[in-house]
Design a protein around this ligand. Structure first.
Ligand code: NAD
Length: 485
């Protein structure tokens, strides 16, 4: 059965919600009275298609179908999940929830993107409050995993759990908030920084560019990976948080910030901020800035994924789920070891996949093959593994960002300590992009010397090698550098 999500309000946030659901294989039905909504969502979708697949080491599911509907009722009628993202006005939210509630199915989950309202406020005019909750995302919703899920005292536990499960399925990190409060958690923190920032501009202490630099060259980098408390714990040295608070606690009484005051946002201050912001960023259009932001986020999140840390652990878990669903492929013929998208950060100055990334993709294929014959993380932790002794790669065609690459692996020789593999990399349209030949030797990680693999691994390798004996000799095997075609 197709999974259907309804997006009510398709602006900055709704459009990005639509993109996240679509790229995760859901059909998305949008209602937005703005005649420009379709064009705007199509542009957001373009940005999402360019960046989101870069985060995974697997191919994304087939994209769902996007449709636009004249009424809220038509959009929500068969939807399992409904996300409200209309402008932040409580009267409009009430009208929208009434229209949704009248038409949606009994067990649909209804999330609101609201940045400030509580579930109690949102559902106050609805007979059935149990399925309405806050699902507050962060821009760009198609890349950033965080969603603050607030059920308050009105949403049912069951509906909140169903919501958490759906949002996890589309690669998000739903954070359940214990109690409802105006602005939830993240926007309250952000507002305190924003408020102080406005004062610093108002008082002429710095301009917008200097203020942004103070964030992005320093604590902004820390926050992306350890947040506030864990960062300060380290700042306390070996004595940790107790020492940090005893050292810096008293300074909280100093007048370091003006958090409770609001600068008067009169015309002069607004113009000052707008002028400084134009001077800071006017060389780029908003669309260009979005693409720069997305490329940077992809790179940072992939770095965190390599460490299985913070937002990166969400990506790693997501990939682990996809891998488990794929399961163990048939190994009697060529073994599909890799099927993935070329991520944005694998490109070089020629606009195609850098040659080092071919080796990475082939190395990943070898790792996957090792895992499939039993040389997995547990086995390696016990002290056995394969080391690559020799590699030969042929670069036959270009691979571009966003393109799907597939690698099939053939065992040329698999006996004793030796494992000779041939990998064939193809594009989605079956163009051959590259081949790689690897000789690997089984080693003891203790002595770093060649030793035979454990019997179960050797047996599996021999079984696959015998099955592959009937396969044709791969074209290009045994070639040397500079050999004529
Ligand atoms: N912009 C952000 O960074 C951000 C972040 C998190 C949450 N939010 C929340 O998301 C919600 C939407 O904000 P946004 O920034 O996307 O606003 P937006 O103005 O970009 O989009 C709102 C959309 O709702 C549409 N709309 C207006 N009336 C409607 C109706 N009756 N039915 C359906 N659609 C209607 C508008 O045409 C517009 O396309 C707000 O609740 C906001 O607090 C915004």
């Amino acid at each position: 059965m197709r999974k259907i999500a309804a997006v009510i309000g398709g602006g900055v946030i709704g459009g990005a919600w639509a993109a996240r659901f679509l790229l995760n294989g859901w059909d998305v039905r949008v209602h937005d009275p703005d005649p420009e909504a379709q064009r705007k969502i199509t542009e957001v979708l373009g940005n999402a298609r360019r960046s989101l697949p870069s985060l995974s080491d697997h191919v994304m599911p087939t994209e769902g179908t996007l449709s636009f509907h004249e009424t809220i009722a038509a959009a929500v009628v068969d939807a399992l999940y409904i996300q409200e993202s209309v402008p932040e006005r409580i009267d409009l939210k009430h009208l929208t929830f009434t229209a949704i509630s009248e038409a949606c199915s009994e067990d649909a989950v209804i999330g609101s993107s609201t940045s400030s309202f509580t579930p109690t406020e949102l559902s106050s005019q609805q007979a059935n409050k149990s399925r309405i909750m806050v699902c507050h995302p962060f821009n760009p919703v198609y890349l950033l995993p965080l969603v603050e899920v607030v059920g308050g005292t009105t949403a049912s536990k069951n509906a909140v759990e169903r919501c958490v499960s759906i949002l996890t399925e589309i690669g998000m990190k739903p954070l359940k908030i214990k109690k409802e409060i105006l602005g939830h958690i993240a926007d309250r923190l952000l507002e305190s920084v924003w408020r102080e920032g406005l004062w610093l501009i108002n008082d002429g202490i710095c301009d917008t560019e200097t203020l942004d630099d103070a964030i992005r060259f320093g604590f902004g980098l820390r926050w992306a990976q350890m947040g506030l408390f864990e960062t300060y714990r380290i700042a306390g040295g070996e004595a940790g948080m107790l020492h940090f608070i005893s050292q810096f606690g008293p300074t909280m009484k100093w007048p370091l910030s003006k958090l409770t005051d609001v600068p008067n946002l009169d015309d002069a201050l607004v113009q000052k901020i707008a002028d400084q912001s134009d001077a800071q960023s006017d060389t780029y259009s908003i669309r260009e800035l979005e693409r720069i932001r997305d490329t940077n986020l992809v790179g940072m999140m992939r770095a965190l994924k390599a460490q299985n840390w913070g937002a990166g652990s969400v990506l790693a878990n997501f990939d682990a789920g996809v891998k488990a669903a794929i399961g163990c492929p048939d190994m009697s013929g060529l073994v599909r070891t890799i099927a993935r998208t070329v991520p944005l950060d694998w490109l070089d100055y020629n606009g195609h996949m850098n040659e080092a990334r071919y080796l990475q993709a082939f190395g990943d294929a070898t790792d996957r093959f090792m895992e499939l014959i039993g040389c997995d993380a547990d086995y390696i932790a016990k002290g056995g593994s394969y080391f690559t002794a020799e590699t030969h790669i042929r670069h036959l065609d270009e691979a571009r960002a966003g393109e799907v690459i597939k690698i099939d692996t053939q065992v040329v020789l698999g006996i004793g300590k030796k494992m000779h593999l041939f990998h064939l990399m193809k594009a989605e349209d079956e163009r051959v992009l590259a081949t790689a030949e690897h000789m690997l030797i089984h080693v003891s990680l203790e002595t770093r010397k060649a030793v035979p693999p454990a019997p179960h691994i050797e047996a599996k390798l021999i079984e696959v090698a015998i099955a592959h004996e009937v396969l044709p000799v791969p074209e290009g095997m045994g070639r040397f550098v500079g050999q004529g075609r």
